[in-house]
Design a binder for this molecule. Structure first.
Ligand SMILES: C[S@@+](CC[C@H](N)C(=O)[O-])C[C@H]1O[C@@H](n2cnc3c(N)ncnc32)[C@H](O)[C@@H]1O
Length: 224
């Protein structure tokens, strides 16, 4: 049950799992692989993050940890934590990390109340997540991310962005049916950079766009 003062309460208290409905979670990896050009998007995000050995990074709403594992494989000497609100998908994440033989830790928490002290991370990265949140929850989450980043810390996001043409706008309708219209409206209208700036980040930019079978994915960068 969501508290009435929680940022999730605005969406009717609904926590939106990986594919919109909990019973679809076991299908998450194959569906995302075939519908979002996942490999290209996550490779571009990891390239953009430029994680350095010794840095501490958080994968926000890590889901089944495809990005978390790839980031650790690219920079083994970085300390990477994955956080997600859904214990079900964290089970998949822990299993995949074990199979990949990478040392990662995972925590269960909601994105607007992260269990980390101020300035705990050099980098926060996140993929395909912010469209699960209402505007109020997006802002509460971005402020919480700002809190757990060090001064000068980097934020890197890949998520559904402003539709780059009418075809991409039409394709995005399926995501909206699964994940909700209210939570996805700011994404497809291209308002993510303005929300990131409103939460206190500087040097906010949209760095890349990619057309996928389900709409336009954008990459964003910012720092505290
Ligand atoms: C579409 S999945 C993306 C997973 C992963 N980042 C990826 O790129 O494959 C969205 C994830 O956000 C998580 N999530 C949704 N609302 C959340 C919240 N308020 N706090 C933390 N995690 C949340 C879901 O459990 C799900 O794993």
């Amino acid at each position: 049950m969501t508290r009435p003062d929680s940022p999730l309460a605005e969406a009717g208290g609904r926590y939106i799992p990986a594919l919109g409905y909990r019973w679809l979670t076991p299908l998450y990896d194959p569906v995302v692989r075939w519908t979002t050009r996942e490999r290209a998007v996550k490779a571009a995000l990891i390239e953009q993050v430029r994680l350095q050995p010794g840095e501490r990074a958080l994968d926000l709403a890590c889901g089944s940890a495809t990005l978390t594992i790839a980031a650790k494989q690219k920079t083994p000497a970085a300390d990477i934590v994955g956080v997600d609100g859904d214990e079900g998908i964290l089970g998949q994440a822990r299993r995949k990390a074990g199979q990949a033989g990478v040392g990662l830790s995972f925590d269960r928490a909601l994105s607007h109340e992260l269990p980390y002290p101020d300035g705990a991370f050099d980098v926060v990265m996140s993929s395909l997540f912010f469209h699960h949140l209402t505007r109020t929850a997006k802002l509460a989450t971005l402020r919480e991310v700002h809190r757990v980043l060090k001064p000068g810390g980097r934020l890197h996001i890949a998520d559904w962005g402003g539709a780059s043409n009418p075809l991409m706008r039409a394709a995005f309708f399926l995501v909206q049916l699964l994940d909700g219209f209210e939570t996805t409206a700011d994404n497809v209208a291209g308002r993510m950079p303005a929300l990131i700036a409103e939460a206190g980040f500087v040097d906010v930019s949209e760095t890349w766009r990619l057309s996928t079978p389900l709409g336009t994915v954008s990459l964003y960068a910012a720092r505290t």
